[in-house]
Design a protein around this ligand. Sequence first.
Ligand SMILES: Cc1cc2nc3c(=O)[nH]c(=O)nc-3n(C[C@H](O)[C@H](O)[C@H](O)COP(=O)(O)OP(=O)(O)OC[C@H]3O[C@@H](n4cnc5c(N)ncnc54)[C@H](O)[C@@H]3O)c2cc1C
Length: 491
Amino acid sequence: MSDLSTLPDGLDALEARLRQDLAWLELPAKSWVPPRVIGGQPVVDVVIIGAGMAGLAASGMLKRLGVANHLVLDKATAGQEGPWVTFARMRTLRSPKQLTGPAMGLPALTFRAYYEARFGREAWVALDRAPRETWMEYLIWYRQVLELPVRNGVTVDAILPREDGMLDLVCIKDGLKETIVARHAVLATGRDGLGGPFVPDIAKSIGRKFWAHTADDIDFAVLRGKRIGVVGAGASAMDNAATALEAGASRLDMFVRRKELPRINKFTGIGSQGVVHGFAGLPDEWKWCFLNYAMGQQTPPPRPSVLRVSSFPQAHLHLESPISGLEQEGDHVIVTTPKASYPVDFLIFGTGFKIDLSNRPELAAFDPHIRLWRDRFPVPAGMPNAELEGSPDLGEAFEFLEREPGSCPTLAKIHCFNFPATLSHGKLTGDIPAISEGADRLARGIVRALFVADREKHFENLQAFDTPELLGDEWADDETEEPSDLSSERT
Ligand SMILES: Cc1cc2nc3c(=O)[nH]c(=O)nc-3n(C[C@H](O)[C@H](O)[C@H](O)COP(=O)(O)OP(=O)(O)OC[C@H]3O[C@@H](n4cnc5c(N)ncnc54)[C@H](O)[C@@H]3O)c2cc1C
């Protein structure tokens, strides 16, 4: 299949092919959810909060399954959703270029198809990993060609339960408040969607101007000529270290608790359709066992990211160096580890994200009712894990479950489609590889809930349906009363 003449020539041709593929598959399916109006206001069947990759894939799947009356809201301006062109500081994606990610099984919707249509097959062959800006452009294209109903610049400030079992979504756009009534809400709010950046308490011992988290907006230009400390050695820590060095940092010290950098990407290594579809079926103690082990082993930063840092002679790696003290001294900070003390002008925490529902104003009304794993699962001996213990305990369609059964039934209308869903569902939400499978599971679950909730209306429709298949003139009743005696006729 290396015949270049069969490739779509440019994006116009690719889009034409995609339209053709969708038409052949009769997609999107016809819209089927009965419309509702409350107090003169149309009800939206599903509101997806977040128009990053996960929100777009969820929208694509809902559209595909005929749930046309849905919306995707994002506080970011169009094209700025998610980390890719905001706080991500790697040159390319960390994952391999050939992942089909949000393509929903449609070849013409893959990153590869997009890239080849724009730059040609040879460029694809020569490409190592996707540049993050190109990946963002692909997501913008994706949303355009699927005509997804995204509204940008809209912050969902609060989700509130309604007496009628639906949800009020209090939104802010351009300083104005608008309330949307929704039957279901999907949190596609990203890596920190149930919490925020994690920074160790020790950071409180120094002024805020001396430090940032990797997810912050950092002005690297002002770090030129400065001594920079980086805490942690994950992918984001490396990317930030490299960006600081490239911006002209005079010295960089990276502080790592471990004896050595993790080298093997365990969970990705065993990736398969079995893991994608089978994880959710594991007994709880086995889910715990898999993730606790994988987290303990940690994910190594990509090799190119480490080489990007280590190529600078002024970059110093300090292993077995947890920070035991931070002290402000004039215009700089002294970082103390069990090995030595280091003066730095600025410190960057590459310490990841945490689950902390109290950090998410949009969930405040539901927070006390959301069941976490720690609320019902006895942690297996020898495997304590604060992050897993704080993970939400989710139902089959990623819906939250109640801590006290019956205390907040509306919770079942809120679906947690972001990274913290991993313990319940496996890696279907937090990164690229299986996002379509995750969106498929989510959308099917919502379709089932909508159909069941509207059963009376669907039954009414069944009774009222009167479009004839037969017109009555196809075959008439045999009017003879007695069957003719064929045997006597024969004699
Ligand atoms: C720096 C970085 C690099 C990564 N690189 C890779 C990689 O190479 N490969 C890989 O597989 N994975 C990678 N990941 C992991 C994952 O793929 C990304 O985090 C990805 O962006 C997840 O998509 P998402 O849609 O879940 O979240 P996001 O892309 O973060 O989108 C969430 C959106 O929700 C919006 N939002 C949040 N709250 C509200 C609200 N209340 N109202 C309105 N809008 C709201 C935000 O504005 C945001 O646009 C990376 C993650 C990070 C942080």
